[in-house]
Design a protein around this ligand. Structure first.
Ligand code: PGA
Length: 247
């Protein structure tokens, strides 16, 4: 279960939120838990979470090791800050900032080479869905994102763009179908190396709507935006998912 804090929290707010999460989630071993604060808050979060069962990560990383790339963030800096994960190809990067599949591929290759764990995001827009292009879009995003790598990304996230921040979580049947499709595409590309890949769902995931997904074999976890910004709701979401999984 990974919280994507997007551009929310200043360093002091992030420290507070991380401390509260640590209190609420202390001792949970049934789920791998992480938060991805804005880059400017990673150091504060690292300080608050060191020695806990909660890992942390970044929301993006550049493909070069260092250099003249104003505004970008290097994987070596993220490693020094103790990050485990890096989100790659989030739809807000693709659609708001115009990141191409080629950029996503280069970022993904660097993250893997650096030893950080990528969370490769893919997902169709509302229009693409209505036009019946979901499979085609996902196939393209996966194929192009993986163009420069020999090892598959350890984690992929299916995030339908129309479900992000809208309150409209995708239906379980659609999530299962797409997760299966992603697994098949990655298996076709990477063979047996793709076997352990974990596939997360993201898009308006909340404590109140996690249970049916959590009971599905196709759901390996969630990438959670809005509901991860309150320690109470993120903790409740994780607790409900674990409870459902165990029954
Ligand atoms: P949301 O965002 O949970 O607020 O819909 C998910 C995401 O963008 O990762």
């Amino acid at each position: 279960m990974i919280g994507n804090w997007k551009m929310h929290t200043t360093p002091s707010e992030a420290r507070e939120l991380a401390r509260e999460l640590r209190e609420r989630l202390d001792g949970i071993r049934e789920a791998d838990i992480a938060v991805c604060p804005p880059a400017t808050s990673i150091a504060a979060v690292a300080e608050a979470l060191t020695g806990s069962n909660i890992a942390w990560g970044a929301q993006n990383a550049h493909w070069a090791q260092t250099g003249a790339f104003t505004g970008e963030i290097s994987t070596s800096a993220l490693k020094e800050l103790g990050c485990t994960y890096v989100i790659v190809g989030h739809s807000e990067r693709r659609h708001v900032f115009g990141e191409s599949d080629e950029m996503v591929a280069k970022r993904l290759a660097r993250v893997i080479a650096s030893g950080l764990v990528p969370i490769l995001c893919v997902g169709e827009t509302e229009q693409e869905r209505q036009q019946g292009q979901t499979d085609e879009v996902l196939r393209r995003q996966l194929e192009l994102a993986c163009a420069d790598i020999e090892e598959p990304p350890a984690i992929a996230a299916y995030e339908p763009v129309w479900a992000i921040g809208t309150g409209r979580r995708a239906e379980i049947g659609d999530v299962e179908t797409v997760h299966r499709f992603i697994r098949e595409r990655l298996a076709a590309r990477f063979g047996s190396k793709a076997e352990g890949i974990r596939i997360l769902y993201g898009g308006s995931l909340k404590p109140a709507n996690v249970a049916d997904l959590a009971s599905s074999e196709e759901f390996d976890g969630g990438l959670v935006g809005g509901a991860s910004l309150s320690a109470a709701s993120f903790a409740e979401l994780i607790a409900r998912a674990i409870e459902r999984r165990n029954h």
